[in-house]
Design a protein around this ligand. Structure first.
Ligand code: GLA
Length: 734
């Protein structure tokens, strides 16, 4: 029989600085709505003080009515706790747990009862809700944190676990968040991939039982399955319609996301660090903080949800998200490991000639006893190779300056080649099993970042470069191996801490880097997109989506990344990959942070003239691309041509990129492409830009149309086999 309780409603939104603590030994029902501008997540206690998540979706007009939600469901708890806000295991719950522990006395049962909650208003936009749960039988506590970004409709959720038991408690599972969603069916959009094949999407209806997305790779944890996902509720959401949750775990290591469709047709999403081979031994009084799961919700489709996440990322997460970025020329595709000062001098001149901000020197500049002439040797020995660079990095930085450009450099400081002085000197710094043969990924091994001495070393690699070269303007931080044979000489008996302490060690290093060099641009690279997540992007200005720079492939890869990461973070380089003309390659790379990795001096005069014009246009539009709102107009998955648009916040300027993605006979844009995000009442001039020398636009001159027309009827970019890439600039006419 359902018991009734006095309902105790607690508003989540308080005035700035206010703090509220509640809690009572009476069986009061506590309802905690966690609201953002459009959405709400509602927590509520039951008779036994279990904390439930009773609602997730659009905000209700009358907040008092949140109390009535749970009563509308005929759900019995006899089967276990159905919608626990953080499911413990080994007590009354029989569903997939968020947390599993072994108490100091060996008992494996955990129950978590609501004790109190506190809301801190950080500023007008951000609030932090902390809910304290305790085990009535053990001195064991979990605090749940919900950090909400009101305007952006984004929440970051994590937990902090601690105990006061007499001895070590083992954490067997320790999720960040345990969401409960209600709906008439759920559709999961997930990603898989591999090197050069990042972000391959799959979408399917979830059936009963558990669907898991996870990684056990250690580093470059996103290589096969990234931790970003979408869940549509009621029906599959489209770009502009439907209810959808977008989530991503802020963690650069092993993760596990379980999506359990339970007996009552609720979807339980349990996300956190992967507990595989990772039991954590927690001393009394020590705190275990889980990484945040960041999520947003929209009832207006995937496009709206993605813009919310992009806004949040620019404003709050990535370094200098609302700032600027450096365009660059990179030498990796052009020279590989084979360069010297003379070649680099030419490339520095090319950088200037091309008109980009910086030259980026890639892999191959270091190692003497074991020179880095290919990927078999040298990693770990971060001294300039005397043969290739007799005058060192500092002379290159100066030479770049003399050419009026900046200088950036590639490092992969977490790694070591067995053929290196570092490996010989510090074999105990390397992750490897003491009694098994070594297994390499790209001929290399990881350094043991759980070890503070290794952290000092890795920090030292970066610090040394900046100390010796204060004008060094940029670092590309790579990570090209996974962790095989996980074993840390440093951790001794706590081997199961390695996967977690590695990532924590990495973050400690990055904290130190950022404390000393707060603004310097850093690119997050991992043999392509093997490590893209907001745990790492907190320290980086941009990431490398894939080594696959074939522009046709990139349209798809960038399309999918863009649901989670804004264009300003996407490092896109024009290379010789693929069969598309330079115009096409450049325009795909323009949808983000533009760079080049081609031999400029080999380009035809027309190509050079085109690039000159394209860079001029990019420089005038990059503010819109980097900081504006992105609209996906036509998907490359379903159309002959893909169209992507960026619009300034003021809706005064827009740019529409269109690409032919199907080379069969007669393909192209035969009907207009409807634009989005404009003001229907404004008038806009539509102009084709980036025309290749000699080409004429198919659009009429001075084409001026209202936002209403452009969004209702659209405009035809006339993409076809002769015009495979077309860029339209949209400017408000006053
Ligand atoms: C990785 C990166 C490339 C390049 C090479 C250098 O594969 O993704 O961009 O830097 O390493 O070895």
């Amino acid at each position: 029989m359902r018991k009734t309780f006095r309902n105790y409603w607690v508003p989540f939104c308080l005035t700035a600085g206010a703090v509220l603590t509640t809690g009572s030994s009476f069986a009061q029902q506590v309802t905690i709505p966690v609201e953002t501008q459009h959405n709400a997540l509602v927590l509520q206690t039951d008779a036994e003080k279990n904390l439930k998540m009773v609602y997730f979706g659009a905000k209700l007009g009358n907040t008092k009515e949140y109390e009535s939600i749970q009563k509308m469901y005929n759900q019995s708890d006899d089967s276990g706790i159905l919608n626990s806000a953080y499911t413990p295991s080994g007590s009354a719950n029989l569903a997939e747990p968020a947390i599993t522990v072994t108490h100091a006395d060996g008992n494996k049962s955990l129950s978590l009862a609501y004790v109190s909650h506190v809301v801190t208003k950080v500023d007008d936009d951000i609030s932090l809700l902390t809910v304290t749960l305790k085990d009535p039988a053990y001195d064991f506590e979990v605090k749940l944190f919900y950090k909400t970004y009101f305007k952006e409709d984004v929440t970051e959720q994590w937990s902090v676990i601690k105990h006061g038991e007499k001895g070590i408690v083992t954490l067997n599972k320790f999720a960040s968040a345990n969401l409960n969603l209600k709906g008439a069916g759920f559709w999961l959009k997930q990603y898989h991939g591999n090197w050069a094949l990042e972000m391959q999407p799959e979408e399917a209806k979830l059936t009963h039982g558990i669907k898991t997305i996870d990684s056990k790779l250690g580093t470059r944890a996103n290589l096969y399955e990234p931790s970003m996902f979408m869940v549509s509720m009621d029906k599959p959401a489209t770009e502009d319609e439907g209810k959808v949750l977008l989530g991503a775990l802020e963690w650069s290591g092993n993760f596990k996301i379980d999506l359990e469709l339970d007996v009552a047709n609720n979807l339980r999403v349990i996300a956190g660090i992967n507990n595989a081979a990772s039991e954590y031994h927690l001393k009394p009084g020590e705190e275990f903080t889980t990484p945040a799961l960041v999520y947003t919700y929209s009832d207006q489709g995937k496009g709206d949800a993605s813009r919310k996440l992009q806004n949040w990322a620019r404003k709050y997460k990535i370094v200098d998200g609302e700032g600027t970025r450096l365009t660059l020329l990179n030498n990796w595709e052009a020279t590989g490991f084979d360069f010297n000062e003379a070649k680099l001098a030419e490339l520095l001149k090319d950088t200037k000639k091309l008109g980009v901000d910086m030259f980026l020197l890639d892999d191959g500049w270091f190692g003497n006893k074991y020179p880095r002439n290919d990927d078999h040797a040298g990693l770990g020995d971060w001294q300039e190779n005397k043969q290739k660079l007799p005058n060192g990095i500092s002379s290159l930085v100066k030479e770049a300056q003399a050419n009026g450009v900046k200088f950036g450099i590639w490092i992969e400081p977490e790694m070591v080649n067995p053929k290196s002085e570092l490996y010989t000197k510090h074999p105990d710094w390397v992750i490897k099993q003491p009694n098994r043969p070594e297994k390499y990924f790209r001929n290399q091994l990881e350094l043991d970042l759980a070890n503070p001495k290794v952290q000092d070393f890795v920090f030292g690699v970066v610090d040394d470069l900046f100390t010796k070269n204060p004008d060094l303007a940029y670092i590309k931080w790579d990570c090209n191996a996974v962790i095989y044979n996980a074993y840390s000489a440093y951790l001794k008996k706590d081997q199961s801490h390695l996967y977690i302490d590695y990532v924590r060690g990495l973050y400690k290093v990055l904290e130190r880097v950022r404390a000393k060099y707060p603004k310097v641009p850093l690119m997050l690279c991992s043999g392509g997109g093997g490590r893209v997540d907001y745990g790492a992007l907190k320290y980086f200005t941009e990431f490398w989506p894939s080594d696959n720079t074939d522009p046709l492939e990139r349209i798809f890869i960038q399309w999918e990344y863009s649901y989670f990461y804004p264009a300003i973070t996407s490092s896109n380089h024009v290379t010789d990959w693929g069969k598309q003309p330079l115009k096409f390659r450049t325009e795909v790379a323009m949808m983000g942070k533009l760079g080049f990795d081609i031999v400029i001096s080999k380009l035809s005069a027309d190509d050079q003239a085109y690039l000159h014009e394209a860079l001029k246009n990019y420089n005038s539009l990059k503010d819109v691309i980097w900081h504006g709102n992105q609209y996906r107009l036509q998907s490359p998955w379903d159309n002959d041509a893909a169209s992507i648009m960026y619009v300034s916040e003021a809706k005064s300027t827009g740019v529409v990129f269109n690409y032919l993605v199907n080379n069969r006979y007669g393909t192209g844009t035969h009907v207009p492409v409807r634009l989005k995000g404009l003001d229907p009442n404004k008038k806009y001039q539509v102009k084709e830009i980036n025309l290749y020398p000699g080409a004429k636009s198919s659009l009429e001159n001075n084409l001026t149309l209202t936002g209403d027309f452009l969004m209702t009827v659209g405009v035809n970019p006339h993409v076809n086999s002769n015009r495979t890439s077309v860029v339209l600039q949209i400017d408000e006419v006053k």
